[in-house]
Design a protein around this ligand. Structure first.
Ligand SMILES: [Zn+2]
Length: 111
């Protein structure tokens, strides 16, 4: 049985709100003899930011290193329309206009 229950890569990183230092569980903190793989929650109570000596309460959870920040998804989302050819764009625009027109006509017809 493995003693390592969690993958350090999946542990949450924590950023010091005072100086921007990021505690990465994958790396640990060699300045204070914290071996790699130690979760932020498992750090000793007297652990301080190695840069500015802020307490652990000054840190905010910024999620695991392995997770995408959403930037990549946003990038794809933003480029989505730009990847369309001019013809496809026209189709999209006229399609929307046509749909609106049909909706207008059908509403008009109901009265
Ligand atoms: Zn700090």
């Amino acid at each position: 049985m493995s003693t390592q229950a969690v993958d350090p890569q999946s542990l949450d990183r924590h950023e010091c709100k005072a100086c921007g230092y990021v505690y990465e569980p994958v790396k640990g903190d060699d300045k204070r003899q914290i071996p790699p793989g130690i979760a932020f929650e498992e750090l000793p109570a007297d652990w301080r930011c190695p840069v500015c000596s802020a307490r652990t309460t000054q840190f905010s959870n910024i999620g695991p290193a392995g997770s995408a920040s959403g930037f990549q998804e946003n990038l794809n989302y933003g480029l989505g329309v730009n990847r369309l050819t001019p013809g496809q764009k026209n189709l999209l625009i006229f399609g929307a206009v046509g749909l609106g027109f049909l909706l207008f006509i059908s509403l008009y017809g109901l009265q």
